[in-house]
Design a protein around this ligand. Structure first.
Ligand code: ADP
Ligand code: MG
Length: 556
């Protein structure tokens, strides 16, 4: 390959190490675009409420069933560098706004597909990139123009938004029930701060247990600990609990060095044990005198201490995770103490009920009915492990959507309506652009249409008829017209209550344009030789390992 260059007088200069691969110009672009398009191809059938799910099998044979773009791409093993960039888009959208991952990949793929058409017509990639960026900027302005401010205390509205996010998932049948949980949970942990609301999703603990049905999924105004009460003699249920959070061991500290005590007389032995007993009892006494009826300990609890706690009627749990202790403090209003000597009645938190319950085969401790909890738990139930796992992912998306809208209260309708609206406006606006950039803006608009188009295709609707009707209605100024995939018709998506945060659409446009531009700007791919090639096609950086039938996509 081109690793040897010659100077003016003909002396060869070795630039790249032997075995390196270089791929230049058109060829490099075409390869990159193809790889990126393939990634979009994989996820596009899962877009929208009628999208299909994917079954992913990892190399240990574990099966995941999901509809979530970010999860699909996380699980498949992608090797081609441009394909990897597409996976990154999904990840970045997931981190920023939590939903819209599939859309961003589909849109980025469409941008590249349309760009390829222009490249084939000899439009230079940098012209396309400029046109795309101008179009994206304009698209964001248009989005802002149609976005509707919402009142975050409007529970009904929030419910519609949460349901839209879940409507495209396995859990859609239960979206009325789950939607209400998501809305309540997000509102409970939302904090009014200067300059708006802040939602920290870390304060929503999600526990899942296969068994029962999705309808048994519950919001607990408090915390669920996947631990049992330490001692059989302790109460299993305490009402109006006073809770102590202890970050110290209820044990006799072992010495750091290995010490040895020689005992010559049984009497001494007895005294030694009694002293230990006395120390443990005094620890328990401190807890008791604070008025605590529940003790949650981050460290261990000695058997003898357990016995005394049981005698005192205290319900105790040991080795509680640090993260749970923090959440518990937020939920119950307790203050964590590191030293038992400091424990007073003021440090105790409260909950209406602390109870150990059987969840399938496990025993868990529920701390619930907290007043004004700043931390809550969602306990997901469902027919099987795979179902609760997918429900967990869908709830994550929906919770993120709640966070988005509570923090930035602006929404748009979904179902491809905003995309169709922006595409329409951009086509008109494109004439204001000069020369070939105009073509790029038009292609950008065509790429936006890929969202309603794929929603229609996945719903089994005729793509041409649908898009014609959609465009006609959009041109008449019906800006919320989109693809009502549930009822397979073109309809006003606002009236259909399909609502999404504007922040998600914004992020999709930004991230997809960014990655498409980045991929288009590459005209030279130089890959170091790999000393070891594990499974996968030979030839440096070729192919997408782990995906059958794509092995030859390299650059030989
Ligand atoms: P993403 O990972 O991009 O969120 P989804 O599979 O969740 O992908 O699909 C989201 C798309 O589905 C959005 O464009 C949204 O507006 C659309 N959508 C959701 N519910 C409906 C519905 N009932 N009818 C039509 N489109 C819908
Ligand atoms: Mg979604």
């Amino acid at each position: 390959m081109a690793s040897i260059q010659t100077t003016a007088n003909g002396t060869p200069v070795l630039i790249l190490r032997e075995g390196s691969k270089e791929n230049k110009g058109r060829e490099a672009q075409r390869n990159n675009i193809m790889a990126a398009k393939l990634i979009a191809e994989i996820v596009k059938t899962s877009l929208g409420p009628r999208g299909m799910d994917k079954m992913l099998v990892d190399n240990l044979g574990d099966v995941t069933i999901t509809n979530d773009g970010a999860t699909i791409l996380k699980e498949i093993d992608v090797q081609h560098p441009a394909a990897k960039m597409m996976v990154e888009v999904a990840k970045s959208v997931d981190n920023e706004v939590g939903d819209g991952t599939t859309s961003s990949v589909v849109f980025a793929g469409a941008l590249l597909e349309k760009a390829e058409e222009l490249i084939n017509k000899d439009v230079h990639p940098s012209v396309i990139v400029d046109g795309y960026n101008a179009a994206a900027e304009q698209a964001l302005k248009l989005l802002q123009k149609i976005a509707i401010e919402v009142d975050v205390s409007d529970k009904d509205m929030l419910m519609k938004i949460a349901r839209t996010s879940m409507d495209s998932k396995l859990v859609s049948d239960d979206s009325p029930h789950l939607g209400a949980i998501v809305v309540d949970a997000a509102r409970m942990v939302a904090e009014k701060k200067e300059g708006g609301t802040k939602v920290d999703l870390d304060n929503i603990k999600v526990e899942k247990k296969a068994g029962g049905s999705m309808g048994d999924t519950k919001l607990i105004k408090g915390i669920v600990l996947d631990k049992e009460v330490v001692h059989a003699g302790m109460p299993r249920r305490i009402e109006n609990a006073k809770i102590a959070l202890i970050n110290a061991a209820l044990e006799i500290e072992k010495t750091e060095m290995s010490a040895e005590i020689r005992i010559s007389d049984p009497q001494q032995m007895q005294m030694f044990l009694e002293e230990e007993n006395r120390m443990l009892k005094s620890m328990v006494d401190k807890i008791k005198s604070s008025g605590a009826t529940v003790a949650l300990c981050q460290k261990g609890i000695d058997d003898i201490a357990q016995h005394y706690l049981a005698k005192a009627g205290v319900l105790a749990v040991r080795r509680v995770k640090e993260s749970d202790m923090t959440k518990m403090a937020l939920a119950t209003g307790a203050r964590m103490v590191n030293n038992l000597d400091d424990l007073t009645a003021k440090d105790l938190g409260s909950a209406q009920l602390v109870e150990e319950r059987k969840v399938e085969t496990d025993k868990w401790v529920f701390i619930e009915g907290c007043k004004n909890p700043k931390s809550v738990t969602i306990l997901i139930r469902g027919g099987s492990q795979r179902v609760v796992d997918e429900a967990d992912r869908s709830l994550h998306d929906a919770l993120m959507v709640m966070k988005d809208v509570l923090e930035k209260p602006a929404i748009v309708a979904g179902g491809g309506a905003p995309e169709a609206y922006i595409a329409n406006e951009l086509r008109q606006w494109s004439s204001s652009q000069e020369g070939r950039a105009q073509l790029a803006v038009q292609k950008f608009a065509d790429a936006l249409d890929s969202i309603p188009l794929n929603l229609a295709e996945n719903a089994g609707m005729d793509p041409i008829d649908t898009m014609t009707e959609l465009r006609a209605k959009q041109s008449k100024g019906q800006k919320w017209t989109g693809v009502d995939a549930r009822n397979t018709q073109v309809a006003d998506m606002y009236k259909q209550n399909v609502l999404e945060p504007a922040a998600i659409k914004q992020q999709i446009i930004k991230s997809a344009t960014e990655v498409a531009s980045m991929i288009l700007r590459i005209d030279d791919v130089i890959a170091a030789s790999k000393s070891r090639m594990p499974a996968g096609p030979p030839g440096g950086m070729g192919g997408m390992g782990g995906m059958p039938g794509m092995g030859g996509m390299g650059m030989e």
